[in-house]
Design a protein around this ligand. Structure first.
Ligand code: G3P
Length: 218
């Protein structure tokens, strides 16, 4: 399972990269706004800065919701760097745009996936990744992990090559459950990634080892 970080914050991206477990980055317009990035050139520059940190897989989302606009924007984003994956919303024109980008060899991430049906049509259009939002489903009392499992099973049965990128991951348990369900990728906040490191018995055990060593060695 690949690990992407879900942020546009350069320090957090650098920190996750330094950990040696990072395979990519996902952003969205809300995450870019949170970092105070606005204006077309600043946005393009920021994506380039992210690409310069990581090895591959930087999802950059289009703002347009019409086919021509998405193509125009997506081509501009893809021209920034070969690491760019054009993120496109799950709407009718988005599916048409994904087919266009796929035929041109431009990788895509179909975002805002909340059902297996949406996952099927995005795969048919040739999406490289689809992003089901598990946390937002949990928020409305639907089982996000169950959806990941269902899509993974369908893709497996049908032989779709599209990768299931579990998004809206809120905590470390989500990551474990996504791994169990066979998600190909998880994108998560840094806190969920570093949260995987923690267990109170590890801390207690290490403190004991160090105390015993200190006692024996004066
Ligand atoms: O990148 C999209 C997704 O991960 C958003 O997560 O926490 O805003 O639902 P969240």
């Amino acid at each position: 399972m690949q690990f992407f970080i879900d942020t546009a914050n350069l320090d957090q991206i650098r920190e996750a990269h330094a950990l040696g477990v990072l395979d990519g980055v996902t952003t969205n317009p809300s995450l870019m706004a949170k970092e105070g990035i606005s204006g077309e050139q600043n946005i393009l520059n920021h994506y380039k800065a992210i690409c310069d940190i990581v090895d591959d897989n930087v999802s950059a989302e289009v703002i347009s919701t019409d086919y021509e606009g998405m193509i125009r924007e997506g081509e501009k984003l893809a021209a920034i760097d070969d690491k760019i994956v054009v993120k496109v919303p799950m709407i009718k024109d988005g599916i048409k745009a994904i087919r266009y980008f796929t035929d041109k060899g431009i990788r895509t991430n179909c975002t805002l996936i909340f059902s297996a049906g949406q996952a099927i049509i995005a795969a048919k259009a040739g999406a490289t990744f689809i992003s089901p939002f598990i946390g937002r489903l949990d928020d409305i009392s639907f089982d996000g992990i169950e959806l990941i499992q269902q899509i993974v099973d369908i893709y497996d049965i049908q032989g779709f090559e599209t990768q299931v990128l579990a998004a809206s991951v809120r905590n470390s348990l989500h990551i474990v459950k996504c791994a169990e369900a066979g998600a190909h990728v998880v994108t998560c906040p840094l806190s969920a990634i570093t949260g995987l490191l923690n267990h109170p018995l590890t801390d207690k055990g290490l403190a004991q080892f160090l105390a015993d060593h200190a006692k024996a060695n004066g």
